[in-house]
Design a protein around this ligand. Sequence first.
Ligand SMILES: O=C(O)C[C@H](O)C(=O)O
Ligand code: SF4
Length: 516
Amino acid sequence: MAVETKTYLETLEKSLYDLVTETSTNLPKDVRRAIKAAKEAENAGTRAAMSLDTITNNIVMAEDNVSPICQDTGLPTFKVYTPVGVNQLEIKAAIKKAIVATTADAKLRPNAVDSLTGKNSGDNLGDGLPVIKFEQWENDYITIKLILKGGGCENKNIQYSLPCELEGLGRAGRDLDGIRKCILHSVWQAQGQGCSAGFIGVGIGGDRSSGYDLAKEQLFRSVDDVNPNEDLAKLEDYIVKTSNTFGVGTMGFGGEATLLGCKIGVMHRIPASFYVSVAYNCWAYRRMAVDINPATGEIINWHYQDGEKITFRDEAQEAATSDSKVVELIAPITEEQIRSLKVGDVVKISGRMYTGRDAIHHHLMSHDAPVDLNGQIIYHCGPVMAKDEAGNWTVKAAGPTTSIREEPYQGDIMKKFGIRAVIGKGGMGPKTLAALQEHGGVYLNAIGGAAQYYADCIKGVDGVDLMEFGIPEAMWHLNVQDFTAVVTMDSHGNSLHADVEKSSLDKLAMHAERVF
Ligand SMILES: O=C(O)C[C@H](O)C(=O)O
Ligand code: SF4
């Protein structure tokens, strides 16, 4: 008996290890098909097409390297369905073990941070982390669903309390048409910051927490299913089609593909409350599910296996071409070099760059920098790192993080230390734009989520400072080669992000009239 129990638990742990690894490294078939459709919608040579090439190359690399598609593990969330009588405590313990093991093997980034002290637990365990929700059912097998939803897209979730006034659309009332307006607005307000082209799950009704739960539940639906509720099926179609006229495009660069899927669920509400809750997921839509034999712990079925698997391998061979001017940059960079750059130029960076994200920016406001940053490049990035046998750090995944969080600090820090370029994604605001103009700086947009692609450009790790902030937040000294990014904010007052936000608002405003 004791031997049997051990075997079940060991097998269960292995099954969970495989589920986590697969979710983090191999995009599901339905998501791949949606990304392929986006690629087909874009015109060759545009920034959007170039970004989608990078994204699909990255998907191939993640699968081949069995390494994270995106460096941000997000907040691992498990939904577990068990037959009556199955021990849920054992499953919880097995999930935690699998999370620790996959983190140690660099399939996940250590992502659990103490909210008060800022200390990273190092193994992805923490109070309330990972999220594990149980439900019982009548089936005779266990189903475990997992979603790794990154922080950048999570930050673009939005909840509306009807009635309300919406930018571009006017009043949204307590009816289907008001719901329609909220959902359109939710896509517009995300711009490129949640790594568009994205997917949304919508929850209508409930309260503030059950509304978001329902919205997130929708993200487990297959991209190509049809809503059994006819009104919602129509609304889902309408939202995808209409959002794709906004011109936000991949990474907010402009283009045809802004939204790849919309799934809407509905529940009752109470008379005083009417919520529309929207969960935004980036293109790196990492969710998977398995059925498990409750006697052996073995995986008996993987979900999302219907239809064709797009490998992107043919496309991966083609070199990405673009009509843009390509400029080589090596730090230290002069002010003159920076002032010659214009929005739309593509840069290829070689040599040194330093990572710096939330903790570093906060720190640099009141401390000296650990290195001379004059003429240097800061990369908004929290990588996945591993130590090789010789004790040297290697980069396992290293895409950009959302830059707008550094808006309160960025301009001051560039001026204080003489930094000439920052790389991130999603763009920055007016304060940074003014500082770029005054000081002679540039903002470079890398492709969000392309963590394998950028890890491949990093040829070595020359050092690290401020490790006390934890792996994602430390200042890594990276030696890169041909690291490609696009100038989206220059030293002449131009911002592609401001332009796209404005033009897409005009497009949004064309849908103020009642439709439903
Ligand atoms: O934390 C990160 O590395 C990225 C984050 O998911 C983001 O989109 O900003
Ligand atoms: S960086 Fe982009 S792709 Fe990665 S988790 Fe954040 S939003 Fe998603």
